[in-house]
Design a binder for this molecule. Structure first.
Ligand code: BTN
Length: 269
C-alpha cells in the first residue's frame, strides 16, 4: 500500500530555500510525464537558469540508460533543475556530480549515513535511496543547457518498493524506513535545492577539480569488485577510481584498464 503524505507546498518549499540561482522560478505540478521532459521543453523555449520543476508524481519517470523510474504520487521527491553553464559536452559528467553531492548532504541532514555510488546514485546501508538523471542540450560544441533531475525515495514503504520493482526493489530503500519517521517533503525539497545551489556556486567559483575531490571523498565505488554493464559489453573487474572526466576506471580480469563512460555497475563484494 502507498500512503500519500502531506502535499508539497510552494510556500513551504520557499520557506526552506535560500539560494542565489536555483529556484528563482519554481513550478509545482500534480502529475507530469517526467519533470526532466517538462523542463527540457521550457529550456528550449528560453527558460532561465535556476528554473525548477517539481511534481507530486510522474507517469513516465525516466532513469539512466533508458530505464523507468518508479514515481508514485504523493510520497517522494521528483525534481529537475535547469542550468546553463559554459561547458563543452565532455564536462557535463563532473558537473552533474553537484546533484549527488547536494543529495548526499540533504540526506545526511535527515540523520542518515549516505554514500555515493558512481556515477550519481546515493545509497544508505548499501541500498539506493536516490538517483540523478543528467540531460544536456547543445548547440555546436557548446552545451546550451543541463538538466539535473533527481528522484528520492522519501516516504514510500519498503513493501511498496518491492511490490513495484520486484527483485530490483531489494536493492532500493526509502529515507523514512532508514530514519524511522516520515520525511517532510517540502522541507526536504527546499533544503535540497539550497544545497544544490551551494554546490553550483562552488563549481562556478572554484571549478570542476574541487567538485571532483568532494565527490571522491564521499564515494564508495573505488576499490570495489564490480560487474560492469555497458551495452553490449559486460565484464567483471576492480574499480581503480574516477578520472578527470568523471569516467570510471576499471581493471578487468586480464589486467587491462577499461574506461566506463555511461554504463552501470553492480558490486560483487
Ligand atoms: C537513475 O538513478 O537512474 C536516475 C533517476 C532519476 C529520476 C528523476 S525523477 C525526476 C526526474 N525526472 C525524470 O523523469 N527522471 C528524473
Amino acid at each position: 500500500m502507498i500512503i500519500a503524505t502531506e502535499s508539497l507546498s510552494i510556500e513551504r518549499i520557499r520557506q526552506n530555500l535560500t539560494a542565489q540561482i536555483v529556484g528563482r522560478q519554481l513550478y509545482l505540478f500534480g502529475e507530469v510525464s517526467s519533470t526532466n521532459s517538462m523542463l527540457a521543453r521550457l529550456a528550449r523555449g528560453g527558460a532561465r537558469e535556476g528554473t525548477v520543476v517539481v511534481a507530486e508524481g510522474q507517469t513516465a519517470g525516466r532513469g539512466r540508460l533508458g530505464k523507468a523510474w518508479f514515481s508514485p504520487a504523493g510520497v517522494n521527491l521528483y525534481a529537475s533543475t535547469l542550468f546553463r553553464p559554459p561547458l563543452v559536452p565532455s564536462e557535463v559528467t563532473v558537473f552533474s556530480f553537484i546533484a549527488s553531492l547536494a543529495l548526499f548532504d540533504a540526506i545526511q541532514e535527515e540523520g542518515a549515513k549516505p554514500a555515493i555510488k558512481w556515477p550519481n546514485d546515493v545509497l544508505v546501508s548499501r541500498k539506493k535511496v536516490a538517483g540523478v538523471l543528467a540531460e544536456a542540450g547543445s548547440s555546436g560544441e557548446q552545451v546550451s543547457y543541463v538538466i539535473l533531475g533527481v528522484g528520492v525515495n522519501l516516504n514510500i514503504e519498503g513493501a511498496a518498493l518491492t511490490a513495484a520493482l520486484g527483485d530490483g526493489g531489494l536493492a532500493a530503500t526509502s529515507l523514512c524506513e532508514v530514519v524511522g519517521r516520515e520525511i517532510d517533503r517540502s522541507v526536504f525539497t527546499g533544503r535540497f535545492l539550497t544545497l544544490l545551489d551551494e554546490w553550483f556556486q562552488i563549481y562556478s567559483s572554484r571549478g570542476a577539480r574541487v567538485i571532483l575531490q568532494a565527490w571522491r571523498d564521499r564515494e564508495i565505488t573505488t576499490g570495489r569488485r564490480v560487474e560492469v554493464r555497458e551495452e553490449p559489453e559486460r565484464f567483471d573487474g576492480r574499480v581503480l577510481g574516477v578520472n578527470g572526466g568523471g569516467h570510471l576506471v576499471v581493471q578487468d580480469a586480464h589486467k587491462r584498464l577499461r574506461r566506463v563512460v555511461s554504463g552501470e555497475i553492480r558490486f560483487l563484494d
